[in-house]
Design a protein around this ligand. Structure first.
Ligand code: AGP
Length: 620
């Protein structure tokens, strides 16, 4: 939700180009308006340009008069919270003197009281945003003869809410980067300073980055970088190496990032499990090692349940993980929406093991729930795709990285399937520590074989792309869809429906197939396509009965199945390879992603940046 990017160069003059390029990589975070502020090398002042609409509007405006020369710039890409997405409300915001500019990601909860107090002191506000108070508050401290750094520090102490801020001072020719909540990554390379909401705009410049921690401020002036805390203590922060290369953040010949990311899944799945699972182990078959997970045998034997917390697709991945965990560990688990958790009086037990699942690691709802769990002394593990993200700091028992690489398309694809796989790995890890033997046993050798074959089977499904596109052509004009599945395939029905909604704007609902008869069946007529997920080894005869119910009412049936179901009247069948039940959600997800993608492409929607959405939702 909003992205910020800053650059200050030692003898460089291309800061505007670098920042606009960086904002392009951050565009998935928000895309309703954007802006940039830079030092005007001639006048020594700050210039700012702000435009509503997509980033291209800003780039055209900035580059309209030829290349701008400047050594320092900050930029912002917005997903509006306070104030409409107009030119004026776009960031950066300037103080009254025009010598301070800020960009902000987050929410300033006490902006009304700050604004009233500052207005009484003569500060003039021109926008409807919460963020503008930041520039004026810094200015106010400077009026009290504080240095820019001190003014930024004191301002940070006065702000309530969540904020990642970049601030420029024309007088001191310096930049400050402040973090409290939303992520902020900085880097120093050859005397050049970079700062951004995530690593994607930085990796083309350097792979060595510093994740600022909460309550930290980085200050860059004259080629020198220092980092301190809000309380004024200097800290030394060593860079960490990011193993994402810049090509992974490019479309590489695909029409959309989402399409590219769907096709990356075989290699991402391999990256997720290859260094963590091996043949052999205590009882033969398979051994899981999750580096970084510090759950002890006592933590596991003392826990009466596992509590998953997540939102959106990550919530559905958690629902599937609940099935896996209960099946192979016999440990009850509950799945909670991050957005509801804090307000529902959930009794957190000290013995609980919480698992936060978040692609971005910065979803405010999920992170707030985990903070609450921690405050009640629960153990917290997380599954995330983004190293150094906020969720990692909340995870007192370690992190499992999905290793999916940067996901730019707003609709989650490869992050989702790798989350599913991490759920399996975590369950296997817990099972091994607890020594639980599931009813009917668990054939670890078979499971290992299926795991090794999983990327190849995912590849086989991707080869069906053209066939799935043909099916999409038959249905893309439908106004509604139902997605049905049973057991572990029910969360995948939910995910399939969400994908379709997000990128094609078609209304779709996911349901447990057995629930149809309890109400939704009233919706069925010849205009309602119903997509069934069914597997030979999972309650297939019951699901077939549910299909009969649809058929009898004239609904059109599309089936995704790992066998040839014995029922007449399926309009379209997508036949996928068989695999072990707990791995099957991964394979069933891929055709649904392709189906949603092709429907959206036929409808001509903005697939990578669907309306009203943002990749990471850093506000509650
Ligand atoms: C998925 O396609 C969505 N964009 C959305 O539901 C997302 O999964 C949700 O906002 C949670 O995000 P997170 O995984 O980064 O926490």
């Amino acid at each position: 939700m909003c992205g910020i990017m800053g650059f200050s160069g030692h003898e460089a003059q291309n800061s505007v180009e670098i920042v606009l390029g960086g904002l392009k990589s951050l565009e998935y975070r928000g895309y309703d308006s954007s802006g940039i502020a830079y030092f005007d090398l001639k006048g020594g002042k700050i210039k700012s340009v702000k435009k509503s609409g997509k980033l291209v509007n800003l780039s055209n405006e900035v580059n309209g008069n030829g290349k701008v020369k400047s050594d320092t710039a900050i930029g912002h890409i917005r997903w509006a919270t306070h104030g409409k997405p107009t030119d004026i409300n776009a960031h950066p915001h300037l103080d009254c003197s025009g010598k301070i500019a800020i960009v902000h990601n987050g929410i300033i909860e006490n902006h009304v009281s700050l604004k009233n107090a500052l207005a009484k002191k003569g500060h003039r506000f021109v926008t409807e945003t919460d963020s503008e108070v930041i520039a004026h508050l810094i200015e106010d401290f400077i009026r009290e003869k504080k240095t820019f750094y001190e003014a930024v520090r004191l301002t940070s102490l006065r702000l309530e809410g969540a904020f990642a801020i970049l601030a420029l001072s024309a007088d001191e020719k310096s930049v400050a980067a402040v973090k409290f909540g939303p992520p902020l990554v900085i880097a120093l390379k050859n005397g050049n300073f970079y700062a951004a909401s995530d690593v994607s705009p930085l990796i083309e410049h350097t792979q060595d980055v510093i994740y600022l921690k909460n309550s930290e401020i980085a200050y860059f002036q004259g080629g020198k970088l220092s980092v301190g805390t809000f309380s004024g203590r200097k800290v030394s922060r060593a860079p960490v190496r990011i193993d994402w290369d810049s090509s992974r953040a490019a479309k590489s010949g695909f029409s959309h990032f989402m399409q590219k990311e769907i096709f990356e899944q075989p290699s991402c799945l391999l990256d997720t499990f290859s260094s963590r699972v091996s043949a052999g182990g205590r009882k033969g078959g398979l051994k899981v090692s999750l580096e970084g997970i510090k759950l002890t045998g006592d933590d596991i034997s003392g826990a009466s349940r596992i509590v998953f917390v997540a939102c959106g697709s990550s919530y559905y991945a958690s629902l599937a993980s609940k099935y896996v965990l209960e099946k192979i560990c016999g440990l009850p688990s509950v799945v909670e929406y991050g957005s509801e958790f804090r307000y529902e009086n959930f009794p957190v037990l000290k013995s609980d093991i919480f698992v936060g699942v978040s692609q971005s690691g910065e979803t405010a709802d999920t992170n707030s729930a985990l903070e609450l769990a921690r405050s009640e002394k629960a153990k917290v593990v997380s599954i995330t795709n983004v190293p150094g993200s906020q969720i990692t700091a909340l995870s007192n028992r370690g992190v499992i990285y999905t290793h999916a690489g940067p996901e730019i398309g707003v609709a989650s694809t490869k992050a989702f399937t790798t989350q599913l796989l991490c759920g399996v790995l975590l369950s296997l890890y817990i099972r091994e520590k607890s020594g639980f033997i599931p009813e009917g046993g668990l054939n670890l050798e078979e499971l290992f074989k299926d795991l090794v074959d999983l990327p190849k089977k995912a590849e086989e499904i991707l080869f069906m792309d053209d066939a799935i596109k043909e099916i999409a052509k038959k249905y893309y004009k439908s106004a509604n869809f139902l997605y049905l599945g049973r057991g572990i395939l029910y969360p995948i029905a939910l995910e399939g429906a969400l994908k379709l909604k997000e990128i094609s704007y078609i209304h779709a609902e996911g349901y447990p197939a057995g629930e149809m008869k309890h109400g939704p069946i009233a919706l069925i007529d010849e205009n309602m396509p119903v997509l069934f997920l069914l597997s030979k080894n999972m309650l297939s005869s019951k699901t077939i009965s549910n299909m009969e119910e649809i058929k009898a009412r004239g609904g059109k049936i599309i089936a995704v199945a790992d066998y040839e179901p014995e029922i007449e009247g399926i309009s379209d069948l997508i036949r996928i390879p068989e695999t072990e039940g707990i791995l099957s959600p991964v394979l069933y997800t891929i055709p649904l992603q392709l189906f949603a993608y092709h429907i959206a492409a036929l409808k001509g929607t903005d697939i990578d940046q669907p309306r009203n959405l943002a990749k990471s939702v850093t506000v509650e």
